[in-house]
Design a protein around this ligand. Structure first.
Ligand code: CAO
Length: 483
């Protein structure tokens, strides 16, 4: 067994009772000389207390949130039998300036030197004995925490050298520290390195990460390689429309930011379709057409009232939901210039004829490129209906910051079993018994396929499937829409 070495809070200037903000090791961890063990933070700065020896963490004497002062015991390290209990430089390098504080680190020469007596005591301790960490010699009284710095040491364990504030900043930005090239001494990652990496990634420059961009470009996503298509045959160029130029990046942003899941569900529309057919004359008398979309809009409002998460947005800080208490629905409209999503307001308060008129009017203005900015704002949920064209299912892209979008495919005649459950039927080989069972049959029903894409950060799978099941139930029993 090696000797036990106590790591205590060194001279931290005029500070008392500073908070332990992060424990960077766990009991049993192998640590090398200078590996950071604990982060402490005053109201001025944050710093890491490094190990003054190589060994194994034998005891953690503090927890996050504890308050410590100079001399407080932090960690006990069982040093390797063959390794020195501590290094002369190590005891001198407990404190790292926080780059965020903007104060340049002082040089090691400026730092206090270890006490040779204590060093000797530590080195001579019996195996298993607890050796006192040599106390650094008193520093200049005016030396403050934010200025108390030592040169970082080279990494020997794969650990990235960065101050706690830089680490926190990296976490907030979502920048992996291991992939950031540090420009500080011995590769230490500074705030400027993080900023540069983010800037370069946004600008599409790939090269500031430690892998030189080998793993990807902007956002870490490999670019689609350029291909000389003309080498394989004639190629014609066609410019993107203005709408496509705007909607493309929006869709991409949504796709990249939102963890999408798509839930598929069918709704038996037979009764609703019968009602729709029977209402056709009344609609035509008003110069209107009733499409299934309008009934789905009404059913969506009922379901949204019951499932608020589906009409929420995530707050920019991603720590709370903003639940909209209005029922404005976006309706995706296909135009010859591309996809636009005008918003129908207060769908819950409007009748089917009123909605029919409004959707038709918005679609017409969308196709004539006469929508105003206000027509495109304020939805709490979007519906994208491709049912007039075809399809059996698709995965619509959430119109962020909304958290859910419902895709409708083409209603088709499907056989639906009516009768006893197949589990109640006798096995095929005892067919005569089947004659005693109530007869079942497949009946033709009109079935609408629905595809709900949702932001999984906000909507759980169970909530999503309850929502689509409820929608299916409402559309299958349209009388419920009146309740
Ligand atoms: N199943 C079967 N038929 C359907 C249907 C469905 N789910 N939805 C609509 N239909 C029928 C309508 O009843 C109508 O039939 P009739 O002419 O016989 O009455 C026909 O299909 C055309 O309907 P429509 O599409 O013009 O009307 P709508 O109210 O259903 O939709 C609008 C209006 C503006 C949403 C639609 O025209 C549109 O642009 N859809 C495309 C949306 C889109 O591109 N989404 C993709 C986004 S992702 O790229």
């Amino acid at each position: 067994m090696g000797q036990l070495l106590e790591i205590r809070v060194p001279d931290i200037g005029d500070f008392d009772e500073v908070e332990v903000v992060e424990i960077l090791v766990a009991k049993g961890d192998r640590v090398e000389l200078e590996d950071p063990l604990v982060s402490i933070e005053s109201d001025k700065a944050t710093m890491e207390i490094p190990s003054t020896a190589s060994g194994v963490v034998a005891e953690l004497q503090v927890a996050e949130g504890d308050r410590v002062s100079e001399g407080s015991l932090l960690v006990v390290i069982e040093t390797s039998a063959e390794s020195p209990a501590e290094s002369p430089e190590a005891s001198d390098a407990p404190v790292e300036a926080d780059e965020q504080a903007g104060i340049p680190p002082t040089s090691t020469a400026d730092a206090a030197k270890p006490d040779p007596e204590s060093e000797a005591a530590g080195g001579a301790a019996e195996s298993g004995a607890v050796a006192e960490t040599p106390r650094p010699a008193p520093r200049r009284a005016e030396r403050t925490l934010s200025a108390a710095a030592a040169n970082p040491v080279p990494d020997r364990t794969g650990h990235v050298h960065a101050s706690p504030l830089v680490r926190r900043y990296a976490r907030e930005l979502g920048v992996p520290l291991q992939e950031t090239r540090g420009s500080g001494a011995f590769g230490r990652v500074l705030v400027d390195d993080l900023k540069r990496q983010v800037r370069d990634r946004f600008a599409g420059r790939a090269d500031t990460s430690v892998d030189g961009g080998a793993r990807g470009t902007a956002g870490g996503i490999p670019p689609i390689p350029a291909v000389d298509h003309a080498a394989f045959g004639p190629v014609r160029e066609e410019k993107l429309t203005r709408i496509q130029k705007v909607s493309g990046p929006n869709l991409q942003r949504s796709w990249l930011n939102v963890p999408h899941v798509t839930q598929h569900e069918d709704a038996d529309m037979t009764e609703l379709e019968r009602f729709r057919r029977d209402s056709r004359e009344a609609a035509e008398a008003r110069d209107l057409k009733l499409s299934p979309l309008l009934f789905v809009m009404k059913a969506v409002c009922v379901a949204l009232k019951e499932f608020p998460a589906l009409r929420a947005s995530l707050a920019p800080e991603a720590d709370r939901l903003l639940i909209k208490e209005y029922f404005h629905l976006g309706v995706a409209v296909d135009t010859d210039q591309g996809l636009v999503v005008p918003v129908v307001r207060d769908v819950d308060r409007k009748g089917i004829f009123e909605l029919a008129a409004e959707v038709a009017e918005l679609a017409e203005r969308a196709r004539a490129r006469k929508l105003a900015a206000d027509d495109l704002r304020g939805a709490c949920f979007t519906i994208s209906s491709l049912g007039g064209i075809g399809g059996t299912a698709f995965t619509p892209i959430v119109n962020a910051p909304e958290v859910a979008i419902l895709g409708l495919s083409k209603t088709r005649v499907r056989p639906v079993w009516e009768g006893p459950s197949p589990l109640d039927s006798p096995p095929v080989e005892s067919a005569p018994e089947a004659e005693s069972l109530a007869p079942g049959r497949f009946v033709p029903r009109l079935v609408l396929p629905m595809s709900l894409s949702y932001d999984h950060r906000v909507v759980d799978g169970a909530v999503a499937v309850r929502f689509t099941s409820r929608l299916s139930q409402l559309l299958s029993n349209p009388v419920q829409l009146l309740l």
